[in-house]
Design a protein around this ligand. Structure first.
Ligand code: COA
Length: 265
């Protein structure tokens, strides 16, 4: 159960209609992911999933030093194997919930994204790196392998051989290398990270909301299918869009040479 006697360690803001911003808020511990922060993250992600007006989710870390410097080592130090397994399973469910959100999730990585922090970023659909971002899976230096999906999501995001190199050496990469290997989509000045993320989310929010959800669903469901099956899923979702008012509005607006006014219906 979440402790309500002390201030929350996650801020859930809605800076604009439809845009959700989650801020990991344990800056003194470099936003390390302990059970409490993970529980608050889980509740917030499920609230976003249940919001029919949600358009996009942004996740970032409080302060200038870290997105999240990993799972909380001080807490993990006392874990039995059963506790470690339960901790990883709970975090894994939350990260899966982020990945399965019907709307895009974007990680805004300010500073360290190590271990569980890197795995949290990898659960997002894409990653924007501040120029002070540092990514890595340093768990092998602690005598453990990654436990929040890093061994699975990293090789699905970047070249598998490069992923294995990072997983087995624990080597950390800075923002420019993260972009070069396809881990981060782009690099922006640290001071502009939040505003850049909001601008991206605004762009997404300006598109047909059902179309955005369908495109993400097609992309996601297709990942585990062969090409023919994946394209069949896409065709079904494409057809579904033709039942919406949004597609009539979008096409009419184009033909009438005006901006569309999507209602999300
Ligand atoms: N879990 C718990 N606490 C953490 C943490 C983590 N993953 N990462 C950082 N912290 C805490 C430190 O213990 C320190 O707390 P203190 O001020 O009470 O001593 C505080 O955050 C600041 O970290 P510090 O190590 O002093 O900062 P630094 O600038 O010297 O180094 C890092 C920054 C990120 C390189 C270093 O903190 C680090 O290596 N962290 C662990 C990364 C890791 O292995 N993550 C994977 C975990 S599975």
């Amino acid at each position: 159960m979440t402790d309500t006697s002390t201030p929350p360690v996650l801020r859930h803001e809605q800076p604009e209609a439809g845009l959700h911003l989650l801020v990991l808020d344990r800056p003194k511990a470099l936003n390390a992911l302990d059970s409490r922060l993970l529980a608050e993250l889980d509740a917030a992600v499920r609230a976003v999933a249940a919001d029919p007006l949600a358009r996009a989710l942004l996740i970032t870390g409080e302060g200038t030093r870290a997105f999240a410097a990993g799972a909380d080592i001080a807490q993990m130090e006392g874990f039995s194997p059963a506790e470690a397994r339960a901790f990883a399973a709970r975090a894994g469910a939350t990260l899966l919930a982020i990945e399965s959100l019907p709307v895009p999730a974007i990680a805004l990585v300010n500073g360290y994204a190590l271990g569980g922090g890197c795995e949290l970023a990898l659960a997002c659909d894409w990653i924007v790196a501040a120029d002070n971002a540092v990514f890595g899976q340093p768990e092998v230096s602690l005598g453990i392998p990654p436990g929040f999906g890093g061994t699975q999501r990293l090789p699905r995001r970047i070249a598998p051989g490069k992923a294995l190199e990072l997983l087995l050496t624990g080597r950390q990469v800075r923002a420019d290398e993260a972009v070069a290997i396809g881990l981060a989509n782009e690099q922006v000045p640290a001071g502009q990270l939040r505003e850049h993320g909001l601008a991206l989310a605004r762009t997404i929010a300006s598109r047909g909301p059902i179309a955005v959800r369908l495109a993400k669903e097609a992309w996601r469901r297709g990942q585990s299918l062969d090409l023919a099956q994946a394209c069949a899923v896409e065709a079904d979702l494409f057809a579904l869009a033709f039942a919406t008012e949004d597609r009539r509005e979008g096409m009419r607006a184009f033909l009438e040479k005006r901006a569309p006014a999507f209602g999300g219906r």
